[in-house]
Design a binder for this molecule. Structure first.
Ligand code: CTP
Length: 421
């Protein structure tokens, strides 16, 4: 591919930034390259806002020089030889020194030594991700392709660079399937075999829950998530993470529901911070007993775990509602459930319309209702806090929710009646 053609695909603002990086690298005697996903997606004519720059030499030094020019923010990890520069226009660029990697044992994080751009490309996961584009002025736009990545991009193939790739880094099992699903590519036969072999050897037991969780978090928002999840099942990945974990048969429909719930929440729950990722997790992980084990294995955070557990219970709670349920009953049944679990239920396949309408009413209206009277009002009436006190407050609030009273005065009247009984 001609470099002019590649460069013409880069939006002018971004090209100007890349040229500036290359220019400064050149002035300081360094070679700089755009690498990985950015180059891959440029060649596939797909958007990608990830900027990874590999420098032969001191990447942090280059990032610091650019920081002086551009301002913004810089975050340096000296131990890893990396720096992340966020420009004031929001553009984020990761700088890393070209490196070689060796894996001390399967699944462990690699040992790192500095190397050349070719070393750096050869340590990567797949040929389609092992492409670099030069940024130095004389060669800007030229591809470095030492593993036939361009050929594989053109033929639509996912190919590792060596036979131990999935053993060294089992997160690549997830990544291979994610790219396959996203681009409609095919994992080459030999790598499919390596994947089955690695899984059979138990490599998934060697990586932390957090790393698996991160990979699943990257899969769930993909448009082709249903296809990716099915493919993971073909490789028996879920069962190998936890025996008994099987994605629901209607995951496709549930994934749609998650998306609809996210859209609905964007429109109707604007003041709440809705944990969007949890909506997709609810599509994937639904069985109460499995949730308990998987949450430990994947170190799911408390908030997500709570949402998943609540969602698994919510079905029984919704079964108690009927078309005729009063607003106060809806409030009482739903009030302890997280908004994410409720939003998901609205969009869930086979949810009766009347039930979805009641949940919507709860989320947008009932949930926000303020009681006309509160505990302080009761104390002023010389009532002593206790179980009866709480019951009276709830009964008054229920009458309010059901539209039987509208004012504080009416609330006191009704309270008087409760107190007499
Ligand atoms: N990489 C790798 N092995 C991994 C993770 C990453 O070799 N286990 C390399 C790949 O070359 C990849 C690059 O690091 O292209 C950046 O990783 P990441 O940001 O995870 O992937 P991208 O390809 O940039 O983006 P995405 O997967 O989101 O499209």
């Amino acid at each position: 591919m001609y470099k002019t053609e590649i460069l013409s695909r880069i939006p002018s603002k971004i090209l100007a930034v890349l040229q500036e990086i290359g220019q400064l690298a050149d002035e300081t005697g360094l070679s700089a390259y755009a690498v990985g996903g950015m180059v891959r997606d440029l060649l596939l004519i797909r958007e990608n806002s990830d900027f990874d720059v590999v420098v032969e030499g001191d990447a942090i030094g280059l990032a610091q020089c650019l920081f002086k020019r551009w301002e913004g923010k810089i975050h340096v990890h000296s131990d890893f030889g990396t720096g992340t520069l966020t420009r004031s226009d929001g553009l984020k660029i990761d700088f890393v020194s070209a490196r070689r990697e060796t894996y001390p044992r399967p699944g462990a994080l690699p040992f790192i030594r500095f190397g050349t751009i070719l070393d750096d490309l050869r340590r990567r996961d797949f040929s389609i991700n092992a492409l670099a584009m030069s940024l130095n002025p004389a060669t800007i736009g030229e591809l470095v392709d030492c593993t036939s990545g361009l050929r594989d991009l053109q033929s639509g193939e996912i190919r590792t660079l060596h036979d131990r790739s999935f053993i060294d880094d089992p997160t690549r099992l997830f990544r291979a399937i994610r790219y396959e699903g996203r681009y409609g590519f095919q994992i080459v036969d030999s790598d499919q075999k390596h994947m089955f072999d690695a899984i059979g050897k138990g490599v998934l037991d060697l990586i932390s829950g957090q790393r698996i969780r991160n990979e699943i978090n990257r899969i769930l928002p993909e448009t082709s998530a249903p296809k990716i999840i099915r493919r993971m099942e073909e490789f028996d990945i879920f069962q190998n993470i936890h025996t008994g974990w099987q994605p629901p048969e209607n995951f496709d429909a549930l994934c749609d529901a998650a998306r609809q719930a996210a859209d609905w929440a964007d429109k109707h729950l604007v003041k709440d911070s809705v944990e969007k990722a949890s909506l997709f997790w609810m599509a994937l992980l639904r069985d109460g007993s499995v949730i308990e084990s998987v949450k430990d294995r994947l170190s799911l955070d408390n908030q997500l775990s709570k949402i998943l557990v609540a969602k698994a219970r919510l079905g029984n709670v919704l079964a108690k509602l009927s078309v005729h349920s009063e607003r106060s009953q809806v409030y009482k049944l739903l009030k302890s459930y997280p908004i994410e679990a409720l939003a998901f239920s609205i969009a869930e396949p086979e949810q009766p319309q009347w039930c979805a309408a009641k949940i919507k009413e709860y989320l947008t209206d009932l949930r926000l209702a303020q009681p006309l009277i509160n505990g302080a009002d009761l104390i002023q009436l010389n009532l002593t806090p206790g179980p009866k006190f709480a019951e009276m407050l709830w009964n008054t609030f229920a009458a309010q929710l059901d539209g039987k009273i509208q004012s504080k005065q009416e609330a006191f009247q009704i309270l008087g009646r409760f107190n007499e009984n």
